[in-house]
Design a protein around this ligand. Structure first.
Ligand SMILES: Cc1cc2nc3c(=O)[nH]c(=O)nc-3n(C[C@H](O)[C@H](O)[C@H](O)COP(=O)(O)O)c2cc1C
Length: 406
């Protein structure tokens, strides 16, 4: 399969131009043997490269390039497939944008085209060339230091769940995980995550339940969540609990039940956020929106979890604006390396900023993911990088500290 990969990256400070020329000479030979075309643009700071050829040759070369210490912040912009090459001459060609006028570079690149159809700017790959040459996206090139620039130091402030609260005879329990603002060094909220008595996932707990029994069980489980949260003495801290959207719709007095359990455990509605998973909302959106009004009327805030992962997506946001959206791991995984994820997250941030909706990134595991998201404008994070969910109470948080030599 003929494959095209385009990426951009930053040159490392300590690499000289002579070293670059050596690298290009070696790459010309290697690409030639592998039947791969490499067109490399360099603007003095950033690289932009197109690699084209058989998939089985292009992918290992790209993997080697990603691991090359002479550059960093490698972001994949395009991975595409086609019947014929755009550029026929295998090997490697370097264009130094400092030596040539923008228009000349673009024309030279176009002239290299060997596709039987004339290369046109509608071609996505060429659009990427044009944008790079014209510095169209430069404000989105974030300088992310390597992952080891930060260390994560535990504050040791775990809060243990009293034995009496954890050893209840309920058929479920909750793991607690903080949502934090790392730069403000602040815990924003504590999420209560449903688990089976043996600590298994919500999917395992819901297994075998359906229809009314499922919604009734979902609602009843909140009794345990609020009881455990009450026993943790949250003070003014915000508590997030998850609810299936249809639980609110199917159980007429669900909101009253929730309010009653909040009060019974010494909490107040204003400190509670109910999180819905977007995937289930779509089927009866009008009824769901009405039920949410009742929650909001009682002072409870609302968040959409797994934003973008379900079916409703942007239509949901058009009809109903929550107080917070949570972007899940599926979307933020390796965001520092992925042009498509970066573009989507920039769009989500822009949209939520216009609507004054808070954004949190959930499932953050790598320092670079956190750094990229923080540079893009997200300040609330949840994930293993900072604290894993704990069945024994509120876990300590590992806060990022810049290493001295970074
Ligand atoms: C910006 C940049 C572009 C590169 N382009 C290529 C390339 O097109 N082909 C290639 O084989 N190596 C390229 N390299 C070098 C690879 O990262 C790597 O050093 C090389 O593939 C190792 O080859 P070897 O294992 O055969 O020595 C590039 C490196 C950098 C920093």
């Amino acid at each position: 399969m003929l494959t095209t990969i385009i990426y951009r990256s930053h040159l490392c400070d300590e690499v000289s131009y002579a070293m670059l020329e050596e690298m290009v000479a070696a790459a010309t030979l290697k690409n030639g043997k592998a039947n791969v075309t490499g067109i490399l643009l360099f603007n003095g700071t950033h690289f932009f490269q197109l690699l084209e050829g058989p998939e089985e040759s292009v992918v290992p070369i790209y993997d080697a390039i990603c691991a090359d210490p002479r550059h960093y912040n490698v972001v994949e912009l395009l991975r595409d497939y086609g019947p014929s090459r755009r550029f026929g001459k295998v090997g490697m060609e370097l264009f130094d944008l400092r030596d040539q006028h923008r228009d000349e570079v673009l024309q030279t690149v176009l002239d290299k085209g060997t596709s039987k159809y004339q290369l046109a700017y509608e071609d996505r790959a060429l659009q990427f060339f044009q944008t790079f040459v014209e510095e169209g996206e430069k404000e989105n090139y974030f300088e992310i230091p390597t992952g080891d620039a930060w260390e994560f130091i535990s504050d040791g402030n775990a809060v243990a769940l009293p034995i009496t609260a954890s050893a209840s005879d309920a058929d479920c329990r909750f793991a607690f995980q903080p949502l934090i603002d790392p730069f403000a060094r602040k815990v924003v909220a504590i999420e209560a995550l449903l688990r089976t008595p043996s600590g298994d996932s919500p999917q395992a707990w819901f297994e075998g339940l359906s229809g009314d029994a499922l919604y009734a069980a979902d609602l009843q489980s909140k009794k345990v969540a609020f009881a455990q949260a009450g026993a943790l003495n949250l003070g003014a801290l915000t508590l997030s609990v998850n609810l299936l959207p249809m639980t609110l719709v199917e159980i007429p007095d669900a909101v009253d039940f929730i309010l009653q359990e909040i009060a019974a455990n010494g909490l107040v509605p204003e400190q509670v956020i109910v999180e819905f998973t977007e995937r289930e909302v779509i089927s009866r959106l009008d009824e769901f929106t009405r039920a949410v009004k009742m929650l909001k009327g009682a002072g409870i805030r609302v968040a959409i979890d797994h934003f973008g992962a379900g079916f409703a997506g942007l239509l949901l946001l058009a009809q109903f604006q929550p107080d917070r959206i949570k972007i899940n791991r599926d979307m933020i995984k390796d965001v520092h390396k992925s042009g498509s994820r970066q573009a989507i997250i920039h769009a989500i941030i822009k949209c939520c900023t216009s609507l004054e909706i808070q954004i949190a990134a959930v499932g953050v595991e790598k320092a670079q993911e956190w750094m990229w998201l923080e540079s893009a404008g997200i300040s609330q994070f949840q994930g293993y990088l900072f604290a894993r969910p704990s069945l024994t109470g509120i876990p300590a948080v590992s806060w990022p500290e810049m290493r001295d030599n970074a």
